[in-house]
Write a protein that binds this ligand. Structure first.
Ligand SMILES: [Zn+2]
Length: 248
């Protein structure tokens, strides 16, 4: 009797794997292929559409995928867009020699380059809630709804899964089409913690520091898959900045 139960159980698991995982993986691979085949012009048509979405000025940017490279594999620098309060106009680099912490650089960066890959800084759409408060709209699936031009631009790259393509482009740290804001690479805005919140305090005024940036470990030089790297600063004491690392 026992072997029959066991054989049935194993068959059931095999069927579940075949029915759920195989289509998921085929879809994932299809979307990755489409994204990799996109031209700069096609990606720019997508990202410039998103720039027009918010009803109020953006204060935060997401790093979105491109297919461009800078030429050097160890290039790593991020310019803070002008619309990010306090830190706009600066450049963030890795602290030598460990390269597992961030610091500001006096050198100006023209584009975001991580491990030699170029990322497009896309302003996160910001809208007013019913109570009149401005709020960032992180989820790209919401951008597609009621935006025919954006849907058209996405469909030119991936006609089958346009919305999922956008999720893939906006989550460069993970190879999936299921968007997760926790692992998004962002400059400005608020930290999405993978563990309990760990805001550092400014060593000078003791006040809680504000989020400058968050980067998934996959985009760091060591490709630290399970890590999330956060960068904080004090608006009053701008020489003070700290990196916090969490692991899932
Ligand atoms: Zn301070």
């Amino acid at each position: 009797m026992m072997p029959i139960v066991l054989i049935s159980l194993v068959s059931l698991i095999a069927i579940v794997v075949a029915v759920v995982l195989i289509p998921y993986n085929l879809k994932r691979k299809h979307i990755i292929r489409c994204a990799k085949s996109a031209t700069n012009e096609q990606l720019e048509a997508i990202y410039s559409n998103i720039e027009r979405l918010g009803s109020v000025q953006s204060t935060c940017a997401a790093l979105a995928r491109t297919n461009s490279r800078s030429g050097l594999d160890d290039d790593w620098k991020i310019p803070v867009p002008h619309y990010v309060e306090t830190w706009g106009g600066r450049s963030i680099v890795l602290k030598e020699p460990e390269k597992e912490a961030f610091e500001f650089s006096p050198d100006k960066a023209n584009e975001a380059v991580l491990n030699g890959c170029v990322y497009r800084l896309v302003p996160i759409p910001r809208n007013l809630t019913k109570s009149g408060k401005a709020r960032n709209q992180y989820s790209p699936t919401k951008y597609v709804a009621a935006n025919p031009d954006l849907l058209k631009a996405l469909g030119a790259v991936c006609p089958k899964y346009p919305a999922e393509l956008l999720s893939f482009l906006f989550n460069p740290g993970i190879e999936t089409f299921e968007f997760d804001s926790t692992f998004q690479a962002r400059v400005g805005g608020s930290a999405s913690w993978v563990q309990d919140a760990e805001f550092p305090n400014c060593p000078l005024c003791k006040k809680r520091m504000v989020t400058i940036m968050q980067i998934p470990g996959e985009l760091m030089p060591g490709k630290l898959r399970d890590g999330m790297f956060y960068f904080f600063g004090c608006a009053k004491h701008q020489g003070e900045a700290q990196t916090v690392v969490q692991f899932t």
